[in-house]
Design a protein. Sequence first.
Length: 234
Amino acid sequence: MRTVEIVPVADLKVEGLKKRIDDFVLQADFYVQQGERAALVGRSGSGKTTLLRVLAGLESIDEGRIFLGKDELTQLPARNRRVGLVFQDQALFPSMTVMENITFPLTIRKVKRGLARAEALEWLSKVDLLKHAESSIETLSGGERQRVAFVRALIWKPRLLLLDEPFSALDRELRATLCRELVEMHRLWPVPMVLVTHDELDIESVATFRLTLNALSHNDRDHSSVIIHSVERH
């Protein structure tokens, strides 16, 4: 009998964050509760991807603190944060099969091969990719690759899910379909989620609220601050 997996209850909280890049200062104070999906929006160059990289531990900050529940992440290296990442270009391994791509996060965490495959097959069934389990990534369509990227980010049960414009290369019809599927997958593992996007369809279809990065000019120095705007919950 399989053990029922319990989602780790932990809200994401960012306090007094400051990140300086030359004459640019990124500032943020916000929180994302367990199960919420925050859309991070703002004009180009306002710091959206930088903020995502900071949350993932890929960039340091100058001031502030980052928490997941009671655990402080501020000084933790990326490998210890348990953050699932989905990039615009998917970052899949072209030389690997779908199964090998999906089980990669489990493999590097020393999960037994049989258990990893069983978990992957269950997820592949949920996203209608079971027949492609042993296919090369390069044989998949753009939408299928994005599904693989979503599953790979979730299969190892991260505590936080971050997505950087994952739908930008897709047409409108496929984009709408994948937005719905992302919400369904997130409900299976409802950790705090932050989605960077420029598109209102993504916000309306996926987000429970939005975080807006507003760029302001102050004392000849550019600032970008997070302002929270509520959106109608579904």
